[in-house]
Design a binder for this molecule. Structure first.
Ligand SMILES: Cc1cc2nc3c(=O)[nH]c(=O)nc-3n(C[C@H](O)[C@H](O)[C@H](O)COP(=O)(O)O)c2cc1C
Length: 223
């Protein structure tokens, strides 16, 4: 990656960014300058997409609008309102056996840190910036691939600028509330949310680390 020594320095290798990024479930209250987020998004826009369709929109929430969303989310969580995401969630039992085992292993390994997840999730992890990635209704399945590539480029570019990130269903489980509060057009499906901010190093919930399967469990070499 490019080297730079101005504020928001770009100084990690791609390999370092890949290793440093992890899901952060509690951010500090330190704000993130809009200019920094714009730099991250401009870099992430370099992600590839089907015939360069760039089919997505990004809704960036911060400040007062995000605080309104946070309050509404906390109220819905407190009321036990079930999520109604635009992208349906499949029952865990319908996933492949391997994926089910991985999800079960992750859940079982959370320990005490996992107990703190519900409360911080209800507060949108206290993220000072949330990005909502959307696709136009009727999108091609391929656009989901493109949106994922954009999302992962965002979190890596954020890591490169010393920011922590959280990609989560949690942000988009109440899409009607988001449409109302953020005036997200009705013809966009809200696919996923990404929180950005600074990691709270004191938070137990941030000690969660996820492992990966041995490479040879997912790799078949045809030589
Ligand atoms: C599309 C997507 C949605 C996710 N939604 C949530 C969520 O709602 N709550 C949560 O705690 N983690 C969520 N995660 C984070 C995953 O649990 C996490 O990426 C995985 O355990 C690997 O950990 P790592 O990101 O720290 O490497 C989500 C991740 C992705 C990619």
């Amino acid at each position: 990656m490019r080297k730079s020594n101005h504020e928001g320095a770009i100084n990690l290798t791609i390999e370092q960014a890949l290793h440093q990024r992890h899901s952060v479930r509690q951010f500090t209250d330190q704000p993130v300058p809009l200019a920094t987020v714009r730099e991250i998004l401009a870099a992430a826009q370099l992600a590839p997409s089907w015939v360069n369709s760039q089919p997505y929109q990004i809704h960036l929430a911060m400040g007062a609008p995000l605080e309104r969303v946070r309050q509404q989310q906390a109220a819905q969580e407190a009321a036990g309102t079930p999520g109604t995401p635009d992208l349906p969630v499949m029952s865990r039992h319908d996933w492949s056996p391997q994926a089910q085992r991985n999800m079960a292993d992750w859940s079982a390994g959370l320990g005490d840190a996992g107990k703190a997840m519900g409360a911080t999730a209800a507060q949108l992890y206290h993220a000072p910036v949330v990005l909502y990635l959307t696709l136009p209704k009727g999108y091609s399945n391929w656009s989901l691939y493109d949106l994922g590539a954009l999302g992962n480029s965002i979190v890596l570019a954020a890591t490169d600028r010393g920011l922590a990130s959280m990609t989560a269903y949690q942000f988009i489980k109440y899409p009607q509330m988001l449409r109302r509060e953020l005036a997200i057009p009705a013809d966009e499906d809200i696919i996923v949310g990404i929180g950005l901010g600074y990691r709270d190093d004191q938070a137990l919930v941030n000690t969660i680390r996820a492992t990966r399967m041995p490479l040879d469990k997912i790799l078949t070499v045809h030589d």
